[in-house]
Design a protein around this ligand. Structure first.
Ligand code: NAP
Length: 313
């Protein structure tokens, strides 16, 4: 009897504590960002973010040039007002591969403020805080930080692990068994986009707790491309090696593969940093924000490396 009474009281206490938490969260302005516009909505972070937002009780609305809930092109603003209708918060993914986007993003943020958006979380990149003010991603960061009509969070991830399965390193792994990058023995703390999505979700589901925050996000270990190739080899079931191409040859090849000249130079600059020993370093952000450690390249490869075995990479 005593035990039943105890369980019952603790159950009531538990319920009361939950209600108190909800009241406190409401008072702190949390849980009010119900509809969340997810730009880059078909991309490597957004696809993993959407289920987390839905599980957290929000209504995510994906946007991209094709395949999203809303049709959205940074370089054609006709769909922008419709995409923003009824939106409380935005996940801002600047377009990769171009450096001319800051004025487009500024005009979009003006619209967002007019439409009543109250919080924006921006996907930037590791080290952008050290870039010149007029560098594209840094210019967007500064624009966002200067706005008073909405709060913001910035996430700055290192290179994505998924570049090896879903993006620019994948074709050469599949075709030639090589990872081509002028990085020498320099290391990078590659991070899984699943971990990036988890941090982004935390900022969008509880903006009050992350207002003004800038989160550097890196994986748990700094690896050379040679070490990455070793892990990929085991999971791909074939030999994959790192080709440390001359930097200028890499730029010329990237440009002839139709990468814009200025963007190829930016990527080469990032490779230079890795080569010189200034690549990203493991950090504590993922664990601090999500309560769990970031996944290792080995764990990522075990889960997503089927792409290499299927030859689909
Ligand atoms: N990859 C990395 O290692 C890395 C590391 C740090 C930071 N970042 C940053 O992450 C961002 C995403 O890069 P990502 O290459 O990895 O791409 P991604 O997120 O995998 O995919 C890009 C997304 O943006 C959409 N998109 C592309 N061009 C667009 C346009 N003109 N208008 C509207 N939507 C557009 C794409 O869909 P549609 O093509 O259908 O429009 C897609 O949904 C970039 O800003 C990049 O600087 C990347």
């Amino acid at each position: 009897m005593q035990k039943v009474h105890h369980v019952s009281v603790s159950h009531i206490e538990e319920q009361f504590s939950t209600i108190q938490k909800v009241v406190r969260a409401r008072q702190a302005g949390r849980m009010t960002h119900h509809t969340i516009l997810v730009l880059g909505g078909t991309g490597k972070t957004a696809r993993r973010l959407v289920p987390l937002l839905a599980a957290g009780g929000a209504r995510p609305r994906t946007a991209a040039r094709s395949g999203g809930d809303a049709t959205f092109d940074w370089y054609d603003d006709r769909g922008h007002d419709a995409a923003l209708e009824g939106v409380d918060a935005v996940y801002l993914v600047p377009p990769a591969g171009r450096l001319d986007h800051p004025p487009k993003v500024a005009a979009f943020l003006d619209r967002a403020e007019r439409a009543g958006v109250r919080h924006v979380t921006m996907l930037s990149a590791y080290g952008v805080d050290l870039a010149p003010d007029d560098a594209a991603l840094r210019a967007v960061e500064l624009d966002l930080a200067a706005r008073t009509g909405l709060t913001h969070s910035i996430v700055r991830p290192s290179w994505f692990m998924q570049n090896f399965t879903e993006s620019f390193f994948a074709p050469s792994i599949a075709q030639d068994g090589v990872i081509v990058a002028p990085t020498g023995d320099g290391t990078e703390a590659f991070v899984s986009t699943a971990d990036i999505a988890a941090v982004v979700a935390a900022t969008l589901l509880d903006p009050a707790a992350h207002a003004g925050a800038a989160h550097d996000i890196a994986g748990p270990e700094a690896l050379t491309l040679g070490q990455v190739a070793g892990v990929v080899s085991r999971h791909a079931g074939k030999e994959v090696s790192h080709v440390d191409l001359d930097r200028d040859v890499w730029v010329a090849q990237a440009q002839s593969a139709e990468l814009p000249a200025d963007y190829a130079e930016v990527l080469a600059g990032l490779f230079d940093l890795i080569r010189a020993g200034h690549g990203s370093r493991p950090g504590a952000t993922v664990e601090e924000v999500t309560g769990r450690a970031p996944e290792s390249f080995e764990a990522f490869a075990a889960r997503e490396g089927a792409a290499w075995r299927a030859g689909a990479a």
